[in-house]
Design a protein around this ligand. Structure first.
Ligand SMILES: C[S@@+](CC[C@H](N)C(=O)[O-])C[C@H]1O[C@@H](n2cnc3c(N)ncnc32)[C@H](O)[C@@H]1O
Length: 225
């Protein structure tokens, strides 16, 4: 096993490992083939007590990208119990320690379900002040919570029900800095449901370029030129 790319304490690494394990254990009990359509009350109710956290290797890649692009302002569409958010927070907090850093680090996280948001806050409290202090959690529908006060955005994580991926991208787009990165999960497995997003991003003159990476289910990295 290569060493973790994260600059953090052994306690936080253990916390993350345990959260990923819980998420995967839960996922193994879900019958993915018989689920109702996403963005319906039936689907949301099944998902209310589920982590469905971004896989650990994908979270580590996201952390690595954030460190490499020196991201300070990050938006997360889909927070759930806040697992991927910890990686985002650790990365921007670490970037802010760089000698030339002037911008305050921010992770703007958004989650529709209050009960999920509450548990996310509890996980962040376990991770400590460095993580808690940089996260700004907006509870509610991202189509409302992401309409204001984003600042200049370096990175967007699209780990959200697929019908919301394009609306989220469009809301954040006016705030992207040149070279901003967007990561979208499950782009092969749920490829048919990503068609609108792909058409938008792939259109000539869109300002976006994307590549699909061979992670489990497919992971797209999109760069805003
Ligand atoms: C795949 S999960 C996010 C997992 C999280 N990124 C992690 O790695 O721990 C997607 C989350 O988006 C939330 N969600 C669904 N519709 C939403 C909406 N309209 N606005 C904000 N969040 C929403 C769901 O409740 C769910 O918790």
């Amino acid at each position: 096993m290569p060493p973790s790319p994260l600059t953090t304490s052994p306690e936080i690494l253990t916390l993350l490992k345990n959260l990923h394990t819980k998420s995967l254990t839960q996922e193994s009990t879900v019958d993915w083939h018989t689920l109702p359509q996403q963005c319906t009350p039936e689907f949301d109710s099944i998902m209310l007590d589920k982590f469905i956290a971004l896989d650990q290797d994908k979270c580590e890649l996201v952390y690595h990208i954030l460190r490499s692009i020196n991201a300070k302002t990050v938006v997360e569409a889909g927070t759930s119990f806040g697992v991927s958010t910890i990686y985002l927070a650790l990365a921007v907090a670490e970037n802010a320690k760089r000698v030339s850093a002037t911008t305050k680090p921010r992770v703007i996280a958004t989650e529709k379900e209050e009960s999920k948001a509450e548990l996310a806050r509890a996980h962040w409290a376990k991770a400590g002040r460095e993580v808690e202090d940089v996260i700004e959690l907006r509870v509610g529908d991202l189509r409302e919570t992401l309409t204001e006060d984003l600042g200049t955005v370096d990175f967007l994580l699209l780990d959200i029900w697929t019908p919301l991926a394009l609306p989220a991208l469009k809301l954040v787009q006016p705030h992207f800095r040149p070279g901003a990165v967007i990561i979208a999960d499950n782009t092969v497995k749920a490829g048919d449901r990503y068609q609108e997003l792909f058409a938008y991003v792939d259109a000539e003159g869109s300002g976006f370029r994307r590549v699909t990476m061979p992670y489990e289910g497919g992971l797209d990295m999109i760069v805003y030129q």
